[in-house]
Design a protein. Sequence first.
Length: 189
Amino acid sequence: MYYSVKVKDTLRVPPNKFDENLVQVLAEIARESFEGKIDPDLGFIVAVTDIAKVYQGKIISGDGGAYYETDFGLLCYLPEVDEVVTGEVVECVDFGAFVRIGTIDALCHVSQIADDYFRYIPKNAVLRGDKSKRDLLVNTRVRARVIAVSIGKSNIRVGLSMRQDSLGTFEWIEEWKEGLKKKPEKGAA
């Protein structure tokens, strides 16, 4: 889930930046310090969105820089278990498919692709179902459910499942919808 958060932190402005616009310099420093990083509580920090408030700067003896306590906004991404996500298959391997969801590549293990046994065909870099003969290819858009999230110091690992109705490739979802339309309603003669 994407969300925004307000943060207060002290940022160091080097002396060679003193003649530049302070808010722009602080925004640049905040971007370099936070964007692309992973925080155990916040998840993946996508962007610094704004500089809300800058407090009076402080100078520390022996350091030529100035320190400014600053309030700023962050846009973060933290997947939640049971969240339904849309993504694109970026790689197929013998143990599953990696799906790019937002800023993270998540793994859909072969056992979680569908109610079928999927085999990896290295020649085509495709995962193919034994019974259904359905293929899961790179660049295919899919809908999946998050079933596991693990946050480390330098990465976020996400496990996905596409085994439920209305999940999988958009082509499979349309086939499932068509199948529902063809089923007679209960009690109909």
